[in-house]
Design a protein around this ligand. Sequence first.
Ligand code: HXC
Ligand code: NAP
Length: 270
Amino acid sequence: MSFDFSDLHVFVSGGSSGINLGIAEAFAGAGARLSLMSRSAGKVEAAAARLRGLGAEAAGYSADVRQPDAVQAALAAAHTRFGDIDVLVSGAAGNFLATALGMSPNGFKTVVDIDLLGSFNVLRLSHPFLRKPGACLISLSASQAFVPTPFQAHVCAAKSGVDMLTRVLALEWGPEGIRINSIVPGPVADTEGLSRLAPTPETLEAMARRVPLRRLGSRADIANLAMVLASPLGEWITGAVIPVDGGISLTGPRDFAAAAEAAAAGRSAA
Ligand code: HXC
Ligand code: NAP
């Protein structure tokens, strides 16, 4: 199925790599104008250049989602350049493997600040710049939001908060014609997120074996749902939390003990 998004301005927070960049590429391929935001000016500019190489209009903005003033400035600049935001993807996130006792209060806070407070900042501050009616907002969640997972206390707490934020904003902003949904990716191949949870070939194979559909996801698997949600096919969907995960979230918590050991060995060697 092909989509025509040539009228749309798409803003992607955390859009300089991985799944979020995959979503940006999919929208760029369908003709949209893209604004990308992440911390590293070099990474985000390189990602925007990559989209321009695909023939899209694209610009990159450097901002940390934990800093509301910087986020506001990026949104305002994007709005000035490409107009009202039709699709906003909130996908900036951070993660590492550690038990609750193995992470300091600041370690816990860091992930909650990026994933949850950062999502609040981006979504809330985007409101004046959104197309009303019509805007489609998408939060990137994770199965940790509803599967209690050892070594992931920070992500579990943060992403369950992200999904509640999705539901509350669907209620508060629905009357203005703004929709918001969470996409819950399963393990997606060749991403930073997966490399942190499955840092060795053995842990990666074990993860793929665990997926009921017996393969890891691709960035396109996730982008496909983002495009459906942004298209007329999705116009009555809001407040939904939708797994795109080959069924893995049905299988319960994963055992990250071996992966954590491998990651810790890598950390102390570095
Ligand atoms: C224990 C750790 C740690 C580790 C960092 N900390 N790594 N604690 N084990 N492996 C602690 C630090 O010691 C410090 O606490 C605190 O966390 C903050 O660390 P900083 O390095 O100062 O934070 P910052 O520079 O803000 O970087 C944030 C980060 C980093 C999350 C730690 O890894 C990052 O920028 N990540 C972005 C990329 C990423 O993670 N992508 C994956 C997204 S996927 P103290 O007490 O020492 O000060 C995802 C997973 C979903 O979200 C599920 C996938 C299947
Ligand atoms: P990734 O490549 O590490 O992407 C994270 C992005 O967020 C990067 O562009 C990063 O760029 C940016 N970022 C991080 N901290 C930021 C901050 N404080 N402010 C602004 N930008 C920040 O991750 P990914 O693995 O593709 O994951 C993408 C999303 O999918 C995340 O929300 C993740 O939780 C979710 N997810 C991923 C998987 C998976 O298998 N990978 C599974 C489930 C859910 P900078 O470094 O330049 O800031």
